[in-house]
Design a protein around this ligand. Sequence first.
Ligand code: IMP
Ligand code: MG
Length: 173
Amino acid sequence: MTLPPILLSREQVEQRVAALGAQIARDHASTGSLHLVCVLKGAFLFLADLIRSIDVPVTIDFLALSSYAAGTTSTGEVKLLKDLDVALDGRHVIIVEDIVDTGLTLSYLQEILRARGPKSLATACLLSKPSRRQVDVQLDYVGFTIEDRFVVGYGLDYAEQYRHLPYIGVLDE
Ligand code: IMP
Ligand code: MG
């Protein structure tokens, strides 16, 4: 298997994720009960690196969403394949997502989680492709804004491949 060309190097990703973690920690220095919700599977490495740069008390939980192939839904309605282990009420919650494309998945997820009564709900995404957006979704922490390219690595896949790459590569060349 030939390796996809590098869009964002391991060092670039490491530095940016560390900076995001530090920013999240600063923003939550006095709030307490910071709770990160990782969207499986794509965000697992992002979460793992992010929490190591957050030097305030933090808890984590995981959920998995059904993925619909492009064109099979216009609403972005997603199904929870794996739900969270603990309730969100009273917590300061940050959704940790790999990439925001049309925004449909995330806006639906935000709606589901907001209904569970967290004290606050923010979103951190590693990558954002604003040119693809179909809904205006709120992003509080963004790692990198990228062009409309199909990217893999650092957790992101194409047909379950490439998640192990330590960098973000481009597949669409
Ligand atoms: P959205 O609902 O269109 O924003 O879709 C977001 C989801 O599509 C992400 O969580 C990814 O699972 C997937 N996705 C979108 N763009 C890419 C990409 O460039 N590489 C890998 N997965 C992607
Ligand atoms: Mg995802």
